[in-house]
Each structure stands twice: as structure tokens, then as C-alpha cells.
Design a protein around this ligand. Structure first.
Ligand code: RP5
Length: 285
């Protein structure tokens, strides 16, 4: 695996803004994010979205005391980069620091909420099929991006790992649903999608596992993901794929990985890690 831990910089996207569909977060300056720094005036807003309080996929407040945190059960409560603390009420504390909101916001789980992100790549090519290079002579990598319906941002087609599901199942399912619209495909198209996905997802490389600076994070609930790269070196597998947005995606497209990408949550970092990883293989003797 290429990267294991969150780069040591304070989270930004889950701070100093209005929570989606919710209240204004209490302002947390950069130097007060860390829990090691005292912040006596800190007065975060308590917010858990109505639908989280009643959703069958969410933890129930009445069960909070009996939840065992920092363990892997049917629901993964591990954080991947060390144990997190829980307070006197058995409520987990975001180890990456203050966000200006307590409660769960839009997230179902107390503590880590696990996702999986498939970064599907191929080299950009010229008309004649040769690999395309940028003006520094570096081969250009492309990845499949979706446009999220919830906030209009371009993103990796990832999704939540549902209780009892594995990361590998989620990677494949989310890519199929969001980038290939498998949910609305005919039985024949579904069979074809499944056979192409078998080929593409047969060999993946784990690139990152850890915290995500997601706009939904709070002091008590946060996103954690596992990022895999699935790469089509020759571009042949993808000549058979027809990208079509589905489920939570409003659009889908191949995007070149360039310095000016502005992706959802920590996805800029994730595609950058994938690019570094692919280049390190490309230049191997
Ligand atoms: C991000 O949220 C993860 O990196 C993943 O891409 C995504 C999962 O949430 P949904 O797409 O299911 O909303 O933190």
C-alpha cells in the first residue's frame, strides 16, 4: 500500500462553513483544530439530521452505550490509524480534531463511517494510440470521475460500506451503479457489465486507507475510506465500457489528472497518490 495515514494537515472541508442542510459550524481556527490545544471558548453546535435519527442504516442513540468502538464487527468501528477516544457517554471523539459541530450531522455511525473509493485509470492516448505526454514529458493519467448529485462536485465514484459488506464488494458495486448505471441496465447489459468488471477489478492496488476530510464530518462522526486503484494499462478493457451516470451520480466522465482538479472531500489527494503510484510503475526498468 502506498499511503496509510492521513497527511498531517488540519481538516478544512469539515470546518468553518454551514453544514449541508444544517446550521453554521462554530468557527475553529487552524491552530485550534488539534484537541491537544486548549480552546475554552469552544461552543460547537449540536446537530444530527432528522433522517439519521430514524434511518434503519444508522446507529440508534438508545444503543450508544452498548456499542463497542475501536473493534471490527459486522460494522467496522476501526479507524485504521490508531484507536480514537470515547467520552464518558461512550461517544467517540474525532481524532483529527474539532469541526464546530457535535452530534452526527448526516452520518449514520457514531465514530468512523466507512467508505470505499475505486480510482479507475488508463493512460491518455493520442489519435494513433500512443501514450500522451504533458509539456514536462510526463505521461498523462486519466480517471473515471462522477459528478455528485448532492453538491455538484466531481468525485471518485465511491460509496459507503454497508453493514456486513466488504470493501471489495462496495468498490465494484459503487463503480457499477454510479459510473455504468448498472441499476437501470437490462439483464443482458448487466451480464456484460459484470464480465467487464470481473476483468477490471481482478487486480487492484490499495493506495490509501484512513481519514477523509469530508464536508459531513463532525466531532463525533467522520468518514474513513479505503482507496483502490484499478488500472487498464493497454486501455483495451475500457474500449468495451460505456460510461453512463447512475444512482447518486448526475454525470460521469474520464478526467485527466492535472494540478488544477478541484474534487470532492480528499479526492484530490487520493488521485494524486494514484498518479504517483502509476508513475512509479511506469518508470520501473
Ligand atoms: C467520501 O464520501 C468517501 O471518500 C466516499 O467517496 C464518499 C462516500 O459517501 P457517499 O458517496 O455514499 O455519500 O468521504
Amino acid at each position: 500500500m502506498f499511503h496509510l495515514n492521513w497527511i498531517e494537515k488540519p481538516h478544512i472541508k469539515c470546518r468553518n462553513n454551514t453544514y449541508p442542510g444544517g446550521p453554521q459550524r462554530f468557527t475553529v481556527p487552524d491552530d485550534k483544530v488539534s484537541l491537544k490545544v486548549p480552546f475554552p471558548d469552544y461552543n460547537p453546535v449540536d446537530y444530527t439530521d432528522e433522517k439519521v435519527l430514524t434511518a434503519p442504516w444508522a446507529d440508534r442513540i438508545k444503543d450508544l452505550n452498548s456499542i463497542q468502538f475501536n473493534v471490527l464487527g459486522r460494522i467496522n468501528r476501526l479507524n485504521y490509524d490508531g484507536d480514537y477516544d470515547v467520552d464518558a457517554n461512550n461517544t467517540p471523539i474525532n481524532p483529527k480534531g474539532r469541526t464546530g459541530i457535535i452530534g452526527r450531522g448526516l452520518l449514520g455511525r457514531f465514530g468512523p463511517n466507512h467508505a470505499a473509493d475505486p480510482v479507475v485509470t488508463k493512460w491518455a492516448r493520442n489519435q494513433d494510440g500512443s501514450i500522451k505526454f504533458d509539456d514536462k514529458g510526463i505521461p498523462i493519467l486519466m480517471f473515471v470521475a462522477i459528478k455528485r448529485k448532492d453538491n455538484g462536485q466531481w468525485a471518485i465514484p465511491g460509496g459507503m460500506v454497508e453493514a456486513g459488506d466488504t470493501v471489495s464488494l462496495t468498490l465494484r458495486k459503487e463503480f457499477g451503479e454510479e459510473a455504468l448505471n448498472s441499476l437501470e441496465a437490462s439483464p443482458e447489459e448487466q451480464a456484460e457489465i459484470a464480465s467487464n468488471l470481473d476483468k477490471l477489478f481482478a487486480n487492484g492496488s490499495q493506495i490509501y486507507r484512513g481519514y477523509v476530510d469530508d464536508f459531513r464530518n463532525t466531532d463525533n462522526a467522520w468518514m474513513v475510506t479505503t482507496v483502490y486503484n484499478f488500472h487498464d494499462e493497454s486501455g483495451e478493457i475500457f474500449s468495451k465500457f460505456k460510461l453512463k451516470a447512475g444512482d447518486d451520480a448526475g454525470d460521469v466522465s474520464w478526467k485527466e489528472i492535472t494540478a488544477d482538479l478541484d474534487l470532492f472531500a480528499s479526492h484530490n489527494e487520493f488521485v494524486k497518490y494514484v498518479y504517483e503510484f502509476r508513475l512509479s510503475h511506469y518508470y520501473l526498468p
